[in-house]
Design a protein around this ligand. Structure first.
Ligand code: PLP
Length: 498
């Protein structure tokens, strides 16, 4: 937007709506056709701008946008002052990094730099961005039916998706609840577990047990089962429902978790009469430390849950859809949980959607209890666009050589990142499936490493001591080389400067 447009938009912004409308009529922008139509049909104007605020918001948009010419400097300043970003201060201490567009494994930044994406938008974009098959499915759905309430109504994309999820997940999971985010699906899982025991006339079984270093979301019930001390929600611990925590299984997929299995067994023995469910992230504890642990622990957890009549909830929100090298991480131990949640990669990272699956025994028990209904129903439940994206993404995944791709990425990450172990300041390097983690000794180098990685043409989002990557499964080899080289250079440079 040039200075004339800016001046004009500022003038317009301070005008009363009708005068602004007149002024806008003299401008050249997308607004004109809209305003023109409003002029012909005044009731349309009221519909579009039902309040002065709605009018102002549209004008504000106009301030930033003159067709293709988005004023990034001004917009980033606005963003920094007014928009909260994940786990961030407001105002944000530094300007955010604008992204103009995405494609495959690349992001085009506001300054037109193209950087290779190391994060898959937090585990989600497993096919890279803007995959034509997903885009086409969403476009088709957009034209047919972008959304319809799920209360009393249903639709093809949701039915197809439920059928697919039932087929792909462990065979005992046959009942599906669609939620709009991972955290909400976990809330539903918790609610289902509680209601199951209430329906079985055992209301005392209302507590949960989860693992240290676990992370299950940002809502209140999920904060209460995420690690109470080293997790990101410790601030709220005194205000959360008090649950039990078992020690985190020893780190390492081949490390014996015998001690931790015993600790879990002891806790279950002592508390099973008050426990409704054990909640865990199978094989990989993500945001609580990017820790990989042995399938032996999972197997033992399943046996103990059966022994003590405690439901097992597997949070596969991060691990689901191939990330660890298995379609679902439960497959590492060949176990079936009673309840499972999936999200993130469900739609290939295109739209927000999650699902909770459980056994028929659970749904029947709830149905036979009082009131029999599962009292949860988000407005955008089973959004058809998101379900279509998920159907396309899963089809794409299953028709691709994803196991080979993930295996190759794992080999590459092992080869390229392991040498960093010898650097002073690196505590550990570990890889599993399409996940590569470099754990540092210090927790305060993330921003410096991120900035340096960007200079190397790589997008990373370290947290705490962890610098990690989880690329798209179909990342081209040259881009993967660029990713690991950039990551290595950034870590080396920043650690050497320490
Ligand atoms: C294991 C796990 N569970 C739950 C969540 C919460 O999902 P969402 O961010 O979609 O609410 C996350 C998000 O990172 C996660 O990694």
């Amino acid at each position: 937007m040039d200075s004339n447009h800016r001046r004009l938009s500022q003038q317009i912004y301070s005008l009363p709506p009708l005068a602004a409308r007149e002024t806008l009529l003299n401008c050249e922008c997308v607004f004109y056709s809209l305003i023109f139509r409003c002029q012909q049909k005044p009731e349309l104007f009221l519909k579009i701008f039902p309040t002065p605020l709605a009018f102002k918001i549209l004008l504000l948009k106009y301030c930033f946008m003159n067709n293709s010419n988005f004023n990034w400097t001004q917009a980033l300043h606005f963003d920094q002052q007014h928009i909260w970003h994940p786990y961030a201060k407001l105002p944000h201490p530094t300007p955010l990094i604008g992204v103009k567009s995405t494609g495959g494994s690349y992001l085009t930044l506001a300054d037109d730099r193209q950087v290779v994406d190391g994060m898959s938008s937090w585990w989600a974009a497993i096919h890279g961005y803007n995959h034509p098959q997903i885009t086409a499915a969403v476009s088709r759905q957009l034209e047919t039916m972008p959304h319809i309430m799920f209360g009393g109504l249903t639709h093809q994309p949701a039915i197809e998706l439920a059928e697919t999820l039932i087929q792909l997940t462990p065979s005992n999971l046959t009942q599906v609840f669609f939620a709009d985010s991972g955290s909400v699906s976990m809330e539903v899982a918790i609610k289902v577990a509680l209601q199951y025991w209430i329906s079985r006339q055992q209301p005392k079984k209302h507590r949960l047990i989860s693992l240290r270093n676990g992370y299950h979301g940002d809502t209140f019930a999920t904060m209460a089962i995420s690690d109470p001390e080293n997790g990101m929600h410790h601030l709220f611990t005194p205000h959360l429902t008090q649950h039990l925590f078992a020690p985190a299984p020893a780190m390492g997929i081949h490390t014996s978790p015998e001690k931790e299995i015993q600790a879990l067994a002891d806790l279950l023995e002592q508390h099973h009469h008050e426990l409704s469910a054990l909640v865990l992230e199978p094989i990989v504890q993500g945001a609580g430390g990017m820790r990989f642990y042995s399938p032996e622990y999972l197997k033992a957890a399943r046996v103990l849950c059966d022994q003590y009549q405690v439901l097992l909830i597997a949070d596969e929100i991060a691990t689901g859809f191939g990330r660890t090298g298995k379609l679902f991480a439960c497959e590492w131990a060949d176990i079936s949980p009673d309840i499972m949640c999936v999200g993130k990669a469900l739609t290939g990272g295109t739209m927000t959607l999650a699902a909770m699956l459980c056994t028929e025994e659970i749904s029947q028990t709830i149905a036979q209890g009082n009131p029999g209904l599962l009292m949860h129903g988000p407005t955008f439940m089973a959004n058809p666009l998101a379900c279509s994206a998920a159907n396309a993404s899963i089809e794409l995944l299953l028709n691709s050589p994803w196991q080979t791709r993930v295996q190759k990425i794992e080999q590459h990450l092992e080869q390229q990142l392991t040498p960093l172990k010898s650097l002073k300041g690196v505590e550990d390097v570990r890889c599993l499936g399409a996940i590569g983690v470099v754990e540092l000794e210090q927790a305060n180098l993330g921003v410096a490493i991120q900035t340096e990685a960007l200079k190397q043409g790589v997008w990373l989002r370290p947290f705490g001591k962890l610098v990690y990557t989880m690329p798209a499964f179909n990342i081209p080899q040259t881009s993967l080389n660029q990713l690991t080289q950039g990551m290595t250079k950034a870590i080396t440079k920043i650690l050497k400067a320490e």
